[in-house]
Every structure is written in structure tokens, then in C-alpha cells.
Design a protein around this ligand. Structure first.
Ligand code: SAH
Ligand code: SF4
Length: 381
């Protein structure tokens, strides 16, 4: 079947940088300041309809409604954790694929002020098949476009505008402060779209989220880590390590056969040398698998050479269909103490929103095939 010449897809403005938007408008005879007016509407007024941009002349609004779009995916389900600090969306893309986006609210701590962190998906499904990961068990569906990644953050920005959070210290959090690429999918497998989304979310005319407030988490794709080291954006890098040696890592993370730990660490050294940034190693604790004092000792030996540039984030596994269990508090304490004795700093990621299936891919696993889904107003907790 041939596509009729008249069916032109509307341009997705959420996937355009400011310069691209200006050029798109200029090609249609519009002055440069229109790009700023559109950005004001999308990223400051947070509207999802050109009709609600009064600064634009009516004729342009009508033209944009025909030729462009700022409408993101449809919300299919949402959930709020009991403490109200984790809010989650299940979104349906134009082709029916479903992805998840999570908002995590953190009170002020030694690490800084209260913050609102968005966890975005970069793919529908994932090709890497980590055994403990609900997304990995779905298989790969497709890459998300830059616009689909930006749209997730905008949804959360709107949600925070409508339902701001009052942190325990009294500060009002009504905007997105941090962004982590830790939702469904492998961001560095979808390199170009992830980097473009970073550029769009970073732009001063847009949400203006600082690159230093963004973290890209990767399963350890060596060539992509080396490429990222050369980018102008100084984002934080997190490496999903999850095991202290290749034999054990290969059992839960098949990617290890392609990129062994030594090669990943060499790429990380390059990243640190080029950027001067600290790198976080994520380590999902699986009871009885990778959580012994011996494993901690091996991990400390592996990471000690990175000295103050390496930090371990211990994550008690979120229970999925795979049947792994999180270790006890005592086991986690012993693991941390062994790392500390070996010269490696660590923190334990507090369990977030377990009651709403907040781990990567779990909401979709629960509601993935349902036809009608519960929609609750996110602000109601
Ligand atoms: N693909 C990237 C980013 C998405 S996953 C990566 O793997 O790094 C984000 C983080 O969630 C990763 O560290 C991943 O290992 C972790 N994760 C996956 N399944 C989990 C589970 N069941 N419990 C806790 N963390 C999990
Ligand atoms: Fe993919 Fe990351 Fe899940 Fe592994 S942990 S399957 S890389 S999303």
C-alpha cells in the first residue's frame, strides 16, 4: 500500500530544540520571536493546546493545530504511594505502546534541598534482558522519540504545577528539579534521541533543567559511554553493575558477555578523566545471590582504584515475577560496612513506592493488557 502524498505527519514540537523550532517557523514566514512565544506556552504556561497561547495570532494558532503537535501520550493509569512521595503514570504512545514515568519527591537532606525527580523511560521494553527487571522480561519494542521522552517530563511538570508538594522543611516544590533516565529501556541504546531530549530539557527557553541535575543510567554499553564522555553536557553517569565479577554478572545480565566488567570500568575511567564527574555504581541486592560479605569485599577491590570518583548505590531488589528477594537490614549493613572498610563509599536507596509497584516496568506488567484502567488524580494521596 502506498502512503497518500497528502498525509503529512504533524511536526512534534516537543522533539525540537529552540533553534529547530525557530527554523521551522521561519520556513513558514514567521519571525524569530514566535519560537519564544511557543516555548513560553509549552514550557512555562505548560499548555497542551495551541489555542491556549494568546500571544499567537489566530491564523498561526490554526495553522499550528493542523501542522504541528504538542500533545503527548495518553494517561492510561496513575498511582500514588501511601506517603504521597512517589507518583507514577502509565502512558500510552500514539502506536499503542505503553511506558512508565515516575515522580519521586525527596525532602531536604545532607545532599541538598528538597527535590522533585522525574524518572523517564527511553524505550518501550528493553533488549538487554536482565533477569531481575520487569522491563527486561518484556523484550524490546521500540526506541522512544526525543519528543516522547520530553513529553513524560512535561506531564510531571504539569502535575507538580497542579499539585505542588510541601516538603517537611516547609519549602514548596512546584517544578521538576532533577531528571533520571532510569525508567523503562536502556538510554544509551537509544543514544541520539536520549541526547536530544537532554538538550531540549536543558534549554533556557524550556524547562531549563541543569545537565548536572540529570543522571543517565546504563547497563554498561562501552562505545556509548566513551561517546558520552565527549558530549558538551556534563550529565551524571550511573553504571548498573549488580555483581562483583563477570561469571556472576553474566547470570543476571546477559550484556556482560559482550562488555565484560573490566572494559566497562576502563570506559568509566575515561569518563571520569574527561568530565571530572563522580560515577555511581548501582548494585541491586538479591538475597542469597550477590549480597554476602565476600561479594562486598570483591566489589570493594574492583572499585577502590576509582577512589573518591566512585560511589555505590545499593538497591534492595523490588520484587517482580522473577522471584528474587531483598536481603535483611542486617545483611545490607554488613555489606556497606565491608565496602567502607575497603575504601568505597555507598548509600542505600530507600525503597520507593513499593505499594504502587514503582520498580521499572512493574506498573505496565500489572496493567499491560487491561482494556480499562483505574485513573486516579495524582495529587490525591
Ligand atoms: N537500562 C538502564 C536504565 C533503566 S533501569 C540500566 O539498566 O541502568 C534503572 C535501574 O533500575 C537499573 O540500575 C536497574 O538495574 C534497576 N532495576 C531493574 N529492575 C529492578 C528491580 N526489580 N529492583 C530494583 N532495581 C531494579
Ligand atoms: Fe534493560 Fe536496564 Fe532492565 Fe536491564 S535493568 S533489562 S538494561 S531496563
Amino acid at each position: 500500500m502506498t502512503t497518500p502524498l497528502t498525509s503529512i505527519e504533524p511536526a512534534d514540537f516537543l522533539g525540537l530544540t529552540y533553534d529547530e523550532l525557530r527554523d521551522w517557523l521561519a520556513a513558514r514566514g514567521e519571525p524569530a520571536y514566535r519560537a519564544r512565544q511557543v516555548c513560553d506556552g509549552v514550557y512555562h504556561a505548560l499548555v497542551d493546546d495551541f489555542q491556549r497561547m494568546p500571544a499567537l495570532p489566530t491564523s498561526l494558532r490554526e495553522r499550528l493545530a493542523r501542522e504541528a503537535t504538542i500533545t503527548g501520550p495518553v494517561t492510561r493509569a496513575s498511582a500514588v504511594s501511601k506517603d504521597g512521595r512517589t507518583r507514577k503514570l502509565l502512558l500510552e504512545l500514539r502506536d499503542g505502546k505503553r511506558i512508565e514515568t515516575v515522580l519521586m519527591l525527596y525532602p531536604a537532606s545532607a545532599e541538598g534541598r528538597a527535590r522533585a525527580t522525574v524518572c523517564v523511560s527511553t524505550q518501550a521494553g528493553c533488549a538487554f534482558g536482565c533477569t531481575f527487571c520487569a522491563t527486561g522480561q518484556m523484550g524490546f519494542e521500540r526506541h522512544l522519540t526525543a519528543g516522547e521522552i520530553v513529553a513524560q517530563t512535561l506531564y510531571i511538570a504539569r502535575e507538580l504545577r497542579a499539585h505542588p508538594w510541601t516538603a517537611p522543611d516547609g519549602s514548596l516544590i512546584d517544578r521538576v528539579t532533577n531528571l533520571v533516565f532510569m525508567g523503562m529501556g536502556e538510554p544509551l541504546h537509544n543514544y541520539a534521541n536520549t541526547l536530544k531530549a537532554i538538550a531540549i530539557l536543558n534549554m533556557p527557553e524550556g524547562l531549563n533543567i541543569g545537565a548536572r541535575h540529570m543522571t543517565v543510567s546504563t547497563v554498561g554499553l562501552v562505545p556509548a559511554i566513551l561517546r558520552l564522555a565527549e558530549e558538551p553536557f556534563q550529565v551524571n553517569l550511573a553504571i548498573s553493575l549488580h555483581a562483583p565479577n563477570n561469571a556472576m554478572r553474566a547470570r543476571t545480565m546477559p550484556v556482560t558477555r559482550k562488555y565484560p566488567i573490566e572494559e566497562v570500568l576502563k570506559a568509566v575511567q575515561t569518563y571520569i578523566a574527561r568530565t571530572g564527574r563522580q560515577v555511581t555504581f548501582e548494585y541491586v541486592l538479591l538475597a542469597g545471590e550477590n549480597d554476602s560479605v565476600g561479594h562486598a569485599r570483591e566489589l570493594a577491590r574492583l572499585l577502590a582504584p576509582l577512589a573518591q570518583f566512585g560511589h555505590v548505590n545499593l538497591i534492595p531488589v523490588n520484587v517482580t515475577a522473577a522471584g528474587y528477594k531483598p536481603p535483611s537490614g542486617a545483611t545490607i549493613r554488613a555489606f556497606r560496612e565491608t565496602l567502607r572498610a575497603g575504601g568505597v563509599s555507598s548509600s542505600v536507596r530507600a525503597e520507593r513506592g513499593d505499594d504502587i509497584a514503582a520498580a521499572c516496568g512493574q506498573l505496565r506488567t500489572r496493567y499491560g493488557n487491561a482494556r480499562s484502567l483505574p485513573i486516579v488524580a495524582l495529587g490525591e494521596s
